[in-house]
Design a protein around this ligand. Structure first.
Ligand code: SF4
Length: 372
């Protein structure tokens, strides 16, 4: 960015700025690749420029949230993923001391209580990750951490997952993506179905909120195969699961296989919610409905079993339900689910107390108005 601004202000040719693409006289041009920054520790975000009042975590609105980075990149080769392309399958890390020091600074200077790691794979190096956990515990940093990682890293770290919990990690997303091995292999996920289930169990056993997603909508997808995935997702038992539409960017490894089935190149629709690949036996609209229904069905089942969760998770999941209804693209589907006759009365009562409007409930509407 500095090079670009310098070139623009001096009237230099943009061709000299490595790592950009631009249009000149209607023609797209791309300059030579830029090498990665040598040291991530040297990159200090301008935290003082943030309007911190906008940064809070909805499940705990009193807690100020920061989005932090302890590493960049991913060395995996998942065939649908753009991250590995963007980072050229590299992984670079910050030193544990620098990362933990930044969390302390954010806590002390900006009252940050919760931090979400933007890392694709923060736990690649067990040695480094253990050092981070040790520092977080020794220094009693006390900042709650939300992160995503890979199934094999959770399996690898099962002997230190209690340290994760002790260090303040409260929410882990692992990309499970599929419940059958053939699809996992097609996606080049380099994980086993059995390990995915075990990783979620391990996260749950440590009272850490578990979240995952499933990528649906391949050409051979059917309503029945989606139902099977949803049933298996319930059996895997993460606290949260989202069912996403495969969106193969033209540079993804899987693109050539899917290209004949790609229904649109309107990239605004490549948002994982709207299907862009048409299964042979389903219309795009059927696929869209099936994705909403899948997530609705998963959470319906989850909220029927709220009493099986620890008190901490139960409260968290009630907040999640409210967020899904009031602030997510799933709002309408979740409302329908909440209004369904089989919704447990206790959950209905909780929703009403939270002021959430429930179709078919006599008190929901007025309570929502009061709450708002
Ligand atoms: S899906 Fe995740 S693990 Fe796979 S390449 Fe992308 S960032 Fe890496």
């Amino acid at each position: 960015m500095a090079d670009l601004i310098r070139a623009l202000s001096c009237g230099d040719s943009l061709d000299k700025v490595a790592g950009i693409a631009y249009r000149l006289d209607g023609v797209a041009r791309r300059t030579k690749a830029r090498s990665f920054a040598a040291s991530l520790d040297a990159l200090i975000p301008a935290w003082d420029l943030l309007d911190w009042s906008s940064y809070f975590y909805r499940p705990a609105p009193e807690g100020r949230l920061a989005i932090v980075s302890s590493s960049r990149g991913c060395q995996q080769a998942c065939s649908f993923c753009s991250q590995q392309k963007f980072w050229e399958r590299s992984w670079r890390d910050r030193s544990p001391e620098s990362f933990v020091g930044e969390l302390e600074m954010l806590r002390d200077r900006y009252d940050v209580r919760i931090a979400m790691l933007s890392d694709e794979t923060p736990t690649v190096s067990r040695e480094r990750w253990q050092r981070i956990l040790d520092l977080l515990i020794e220094r009693q940093v006390g900042v709650e951490l939300l992160l995503e990682t890979r199934v094999p890293d959770i399996i690898r770290d099962q002997d230190i997952l209690s340290r994760y919990h002790e260090a303040g990690i409260s929410h882990i997303y692992v990309g499970v993506e599929a419940t059958n091995q053939a699809t996992l292999d097609l996606y080049k996920k380099d994980i086993l179905v059995a390990h995915s289930k075990r990783a979620i169990e391990l996260i749950n056993e440590h009272d850490i909120v578990s979240e995952t997603s499933f990528v649906l909508g391949n050409p051979d997808e059917t309503k029945e195969s989606i139902e099977t995935t949803v049933d298996l997702a319930k059996w895997f038992a993460p606290d949260m699961a989202f069912f996403l539409a495969i969106a193969p960017w033209p540079y993804a490894d899987i693109y050539p296989d899917l290209e004949p089935h790609v229904a649109t190149h309107d990239y605004r629709r490549y948002n994982l919610v709207e299907p862009v690949v048409k299964p042979r036996d389903m219309t795009l609209e059927e696929m869209r409905q099936a994705l909403f229904k899948a997530t609705g069905s998963f959470f319906h089942d989850k909220f029927e079993r709220l009493d099986q969760l620890t008190p901490h998770k139960r409260n968290y999941m009630i907040d999640v339900l409210r967020l899904l209804i009031e602030h997510s693209y799933l709002g309408d589907e979740m409302k329908k689910m909440a209004g369904h006759a089989s919704m447990p009365p206790a959950v209905r009562r909780m929703l009403a107390e939270l002021g959430i409007s429930i179709p078919g409930s006599s008190s929901g509407d007025s309570q929502t108005r009061r709450a708002s």
